[in-house]
Write a new protein. Structure first.
Length: 128
């Protein structure tokens, strides 16, 4: 039996928007709401280059990554063809307008994944 952690009310998530849920370990979880008041939760990391999906544009049951416009299915976490790759999803329960996530998943699911970090910029030795 799952233990559920109350996150917020559905109305606290903007229509066609998201909220981030911080975790003690691992990346944040993005909780999305579409225009039909359906709620989804994914790791806040695009499978392509690690972009923050919580900052993307929500449409239907998808979100567009803000970095390179990859379309990620909110119900599956997977990129739409021709792109490939998936980001972990999290179980969501909505009851009487209250959004909850599985507490065990929040504490343990995908805690080893990180966001890619860009390296230092190279400095040119040539004079301009």
């Amino acid at each position: 039996m799952s233990e559920w952690k109350v996150i917020c009310r559905v109305d606290d998530i903007p229509v066609l928007g998201s909220r981030r849920v911080a975790r003690a370990a691992g990346l944040d979880v993005a909780v999305f709401r579409n225009d039909r008041d359906e709620v989804f939760a994914l790791l806040d990391r695009c499978p392509h280059k690690g972009g923050p999906l919580s900052q993307g544009i929500v449409f239907g049951t998808s979100v567009a990554c803000p970095l390179h416009n990859w379309t990620i299915g909110l119900d599956s976490g997977c990129a739409k063809a021709p792109d490939e790759g998936c980001t972990p999803r999290f179980a969501v329960k909505v009851e009487d307008g209250v959004v909850s996530l599985d507490a065990t998943e929040l504490a343990s699911h995908a805690t080893d994944l990180t966001r890619p970090v860009a390296g230092p910029a190279r400095r040119s030795t040539a004079c301009a």
